[in-house]
Write a protein that binds this ligand. Structure first.
Ligand SMILES: [Fe+2]
Length: 463
C-alpha cells in the first residue's frame, strides 16, 4: 500500500503532480479532431511517480519511481498504457510493503549520523531508443531496457558487461553512424567518465575526463566529430549537506566552461572553453559549421535542483541561447536567441542530433513561483521566427516530441506531440500539432481516460 495521503502538502505530490498507482491500458480512445492516418508509433513520456513516500515534506521531485505513459498510434486510432519501471529497488520495497530508500532531502541527516544513504536506480528521467532497444534512464544508475508496446521492464542493461559507470539520462545517438555517446558523473573521482556505445551495443571507448570538482552534469551534446560536456558550477558539497543544506549547490568560483572532445578522444585531447557564469539543464543540439562548433541550449543565469525562495524564479529558467566555439582560434561567442520567452525541454528532429538543424521545439514556461509549461514553441534558426502554440490559462503541457512524417521532405514535415493537463479537473489529453501549421488548433486531442501526472522527458518511437 502506498503511504500517500489524499491531499499532500508537498507541491510535487498533489494536483497535476499527484502520482497514480494503477497501471492501465485503454484502446480506441476518444478523439476531438482526427489522428493523422500516417502517424504510426509510440509517444512515450516518463517521470517520477513514487509508490512509497518516506517523508512527504522532504519529497524531492527527483526521488519518485519511474513510470512510463505511452500513446500508441496506428491507422488513425490511439491506445494508452502506463507502467512503473520495475526497478530492483521498487520491487524490494513492494515486497516488504514499505519504503527502504531515502529521498535526496534525507541524505544530509543520514550522512551526519555517519550512515551512507542507499540510492535507488529509479529509471525515472528520460528514454533513449538505440538500435531497436528502448531504455528508461536515470543519471545515477544503469539503463533499464523496456519493451514495446507492453512497457514491461526487461531489466538493467549493461551493454554486455562493457558499461563501467553511471549512465546519463541524456545520451546522444548519431543516426548516421548508429553510435551512442554517453557519460556518467559522480560526486567522487573520477568525476566524469565518457563512453561511446557502438551500433552493436557495446561500450567500445571509455575514458575518464578530469574535472576540478564533482558537479551535477545533466546533459551533453555531440557533433559529427566531437562530444561536448558542460562543466557548470552546480557543485557537490558534502559539508553543506551535513549542515542540513542541499548537497548540490551553486558555486560560481568553480567557473563555467565547455569541454569539447573528439568522439574517440580523451583527457589529453579535450579542449576547454570558458563561458560566462551559466547553467543549462538541456541542450537543443550542436553541430559544426566551418571551424566552429555551435551549441544551442536552454541557458539560465543560475542553476539549482530546487527553486530558491531567495531568488527571482526567472534566474533559474532557461532561454534559448547559442554559443559558438572556434576550434582553430579558441574564440567563444555567446548570444541569446530569444529574449522574452523562458523555455526548456528543447527538442529537434531526432535524426539531426549532431548535425545542422533548422527547427527547435521547446516547452514554454508560465513564469510564476512554481513554473509550469503553458505552450509549445517552434523556433526557426534560419529566419529567427518564433511560433507559439498556447494551450490556455488552466492548461499545463510538458516536453513535446517531433514525429516526422514517413517520407518527409522538409525538416518540419511532421507532428509535435505532447500531453496537456487541465489544472482544474486534472484531466489529460494528448495533442497532435501539425508542425507546419504550428499555431493552428491541434489536429487531434486524444482523451486519456486516466490521470497522467506531470513527468520529465518524452520520446517518439516510430512503428
Ligand atoms: Fe533532463
Amino acid at each position: 500500500m502506498s503511504a500517500l495521503p489524499k491531499e499532500a502538502s508537498n507541491k510535487y505530490l498533489r494536483g497535476t503532480y499527484e502520482p497514480v498507482l494503477d497501471e492501465s491500458h485503454a484502446a480506441d480512445l476518444e478523439v476531438i479532431g482526427e489522428i493523422p492516418k500516417d502517424l504510426a508509433g509510440h509517444f512515450l513520456r516518463i517521470g517520477p511517480n513514487p509508490y512509497f513516500v518516506p517523508d512527504e515534506d522532504k519529497y524531492h521531485i527527483f526521488d519518485g519511481d519511474g513510470m512510463v505513459h505511452s500513446v500508441e498510434f496506428s491507422a488513425g486510432k490511439a491506445s494508452y498504457r502506463n507502467k512503473f519501471v520495475d526497478s530492483a529497488g521498487l520491487r524490494e520495497e513492494r515486497e516488504k510493503g514499505h519504503w527502504i530508500f531515502p529521498g535526496l532531502n534525507m541524505y544530509g541527516e543520514l550522512i551526519a549520523k555517519g550512515e551512507m544513504p542507499k540510492s535507488k536506480n529509479t529509471g525515472n528521467t528520460a528514454m533513449v531508443f538505440h538500435q531497436g532497444k528502448l531504455f528508461g534512464l536515470m543519471e545515477g544508475g544503469t539503463p533499464y531496457e523496456l519493451s514495446l508496446p507492453s512497457l514491461e521492464t526487461v531489466g538493467e542493461h549493461d551493454f554486455d558487461g562493457t558499461l563501467t559507470h553511471n549512465f546519463t539520462a541524456h545520451p546522444k545517438v548519431d543516426a548516421q553512424t548508429g553510435e551512442m555517446m554517453t557519460f556518467g558523473y559522480s560526486p567522487f573521482p573520477p568525476y566524469l567518465t565518457y563512453s561511446v556505445v557502438s551500433p552493436e551495443g557495446k561500450a567500445v571507448h571509455t575514458k575518464e575526463i578530469t574535472l576540478p570538482k564533482g558537479i551535477m552534469m545533466h546533459d551533453c551534446a555531440i557533433t559529427a566529430n566531437y562530444t561536448i560536456f558542460p562543466d557548470l558550477p552546480l557543485v557537490f558539497d558534502f559539508e553543506k549537506l551535513t549542515q542540513g543544506e542541499s548537497m548540490i549547490g551553486w558555486d560560481p568560483s568553480n567557473g563555467s566552461r565547455i569541454g569539447i572532445v573528439p568522439r574517440f578522444g580523451d583527457d589529453e585531447t579535450i579542449r576547454w572553453f570558458d563561458i560566462e557564469e551559466s547553467f543549462l539543464f538541456h541542450v537543443a543540439n550542436a553541430f559544426e559549421q566551418g571551424d566552429e562548433v555551435v551549441m544551442q541550449a536552454c541557458r539560465s543565469d543560475h542553476g539549482a535542483i530546487e527553486t530558491s525562495e531567495n531568488r527571482d524564479v526567472r534566474e533559474q529558467l532557461g532561454r534559448l541561447h547559442e554559443w559558438r566555439f572556434n576550434m582553430k582560434t579558441g574564440a567563444v561567442s555567446s548570444k541569446r536567441m530569444i529574449d522574452d520567452q523562458y523555455c526548456d525541454f528543447p527538442r529537434i528532429l531526432d535524426d539531426l542530433t549532431g548535425y545542422p538543424n533548422r527547427y527547435i521545439y521547446a516547452a514554454r514556461f508560465r513564469v510564476n513561483e512554481m513554473a509550469t509549461f503553458d505552450a509549445e514553441m517552434k523556433y526557426d534558426n534560419q529566419t529567427g521566427e518564433l511560433l507559439i502554440h498556447a494551450f490556455g490559462d488552466n492548461k499545463e503541457s510538458g516536453e513535446a516530441v517531433f514525429a516526422p512524417k514517413v517520407g518527409a521532405v522538409d525538416e518540419d514535415d511532421g507532428y509535435v506531440i505532447c500531453f496537456v493537463n487541465d489544472a482544474d479537473d486534472r484531466s489529460c489529453e494528448c495533442h497532435i500539432i501539425d508542425a507546419k501549421n504550428f499555431e493552428a488548433p491541434a489536429l487531434a486531442k486524444i482523451k486519456i481516460p486516466v490521470r497522467v501526472p506531470h513527468g520529465f522527458h518524452a520520446a517518439w518511437v516510430p512503428a
